[in-house]
Design a protein around this ligand. Structure first.
Ligand SMILES: O=C(O)CCC(=O)C(=O)O
Ligand SMILES: [Fe+2]
Length: 339
């Protein structure tokens, strides 16, 4: 059997054994209701009198949920649709055509792979295929991206630049909320960008599998475009769904932003479930620091009443700790840095 789920999922009637989660990890509720309290922030409002209120909403959502959604964010709907359609077309290609891009070599700046957490952490395969793009520096990395479907590099190159700009705008609103200078994240702390496309084919029994295991995102900020239900966050002791809004971006706080904000903004434990009827594709862009950056509470926020909660650490060292801990555990790798 080929390792790419999208190459064989349509042909099977039952879930192959290696994809069946142990009982305690199976998604009891693959249709957990969407949590209506997760704010949808209208970014058009930041230009006017409502700016303060918008910033406060973002801060509160980042504390309570670790995520929020944004609309009227300035990225054209047409570009979002084109990008989503292009990846649908990519995953619809024949198995042999996709196989060309398949690689288990993690140092590659572009690759298609399956089941990224195995075998180190969870021994169970995930019901998804993943396309990974390193985006920095873009002019260089783009040369390793596919040329099929037509306009791949042009569409995806434009998309990742737009998404990076939006990430920086949101990080500036977070600076306002935290009380640190604008542009704080503009240089080394946002030097890298990884763009990941997750593809979850329909599954004969979604109650047995996970599309993506519960995890925290390790970088600074994730922007996610999702077209259908599947994302769940662990909030208040239970899994809740996140409403798919096709024109919105979902913004997720990542671990290293939790360190920089001294735990004021929370990285959230999340997973994706599958369904029986449609292939779900999600586009996730993560902004992160250069490897050498030292991640610690922003200096302007250190005070007697706000001492550092986490040990300073280089971004590279944090990533190593994160990878060693990854494996569906709700205990965050950040725990090891607590002072
Ligand atoms: O597909 C999703 O909604 C979640 C994807 C995700 O969590 C990730 O790529 O880190
Ligand atoms: Fe994630």
């Amino acid at each position: 059997m080929s390792t790419l789920v999208s190459s064989w999922a349509k042909k099977v009637q039952a879930v192959p054994a290696s994809y069946i989660q142990p009982k305690e990890k199976r998604p009891e509720d693959t249709a957990a209701p969407v949590c209506k309290d997760i704010p949808v922030v209208d970014l058009a409002r930041v230009e006017g009198h409502d700016r303060y209120e918008v910033v406060q909403t973002i801060m509160k959502a980042s504390q309570d949920f670790g995520i929020f959604q944004v609309i009227n964010h300035g990225i054209p709907g047409e570009l979002m649709n084109d990008t989503m359609s292009l990846f649908k077309e990519f995953f619809d290609m024949e198995a042999e055509e996709k196989a060309v891009y398949y690689s288990e070599d993690k140092t590659k700046s572009f690759r298609l792979y399956a089941n990224p957490y195995s075998p180190k952490a969870s021994k169970v395969d995930s019901w998804r295929d993943t396309l990974h793009h390193s985006c920095h520096p873009l002019e260089e990395k783009i040369q390793s991206w596919p040329e099929k479907p037509a306009r791949y590099r042009e569409v995806v190159g434009t998309y990742v630049l737009e998404v990076k700009n939006l990430s920086l705008r949101i990080l500036d609103l977070i600076c306002e909320g935290l009380g640190i200078e604008l542009g704080y994240f503009g240089d080394e702390l946002s030097k890298t960008q990884q763009f990941v496309v997750n593809h979850y084919p329909p599954c004969p029994d979604p109650s047995l599998v996970l599309g993506i295991n519960g995890h925290y995102d390790s970088q600074i900020l994730t922007l996610l475009q999702q077209e259908a239900y599947g994302l769940q966050i662990f909030n208040d002791g239970k899994w809740v769904g996140v409403e798919p809004l096709p024109d919105a971006f979902l913004i997720g706080i990542n671990d290293q932003l939790e360190i920089i904000s001294n735990g004021k903004l929370k990285s959230t434990f999340h997973r994706a479930v599958t369904n029986t009827s449609i292939a779900r594709t999600s586009l996730a862009s993560s902004i992160g620091p250069s490897w050498e950056s030292i991640i610690e509470l922003a200096k302007a926020l250190v005070s007697e009443s706000n001492p550092k909660l986490f040990k300073p650490i280089s971004s590279k060292d944090y990533f190593d700790i994160y990878m060693a801990a990854a494996g569906g555990s709700k205990v965050s790798a950040l725990e090891t840095l607590k002072l």
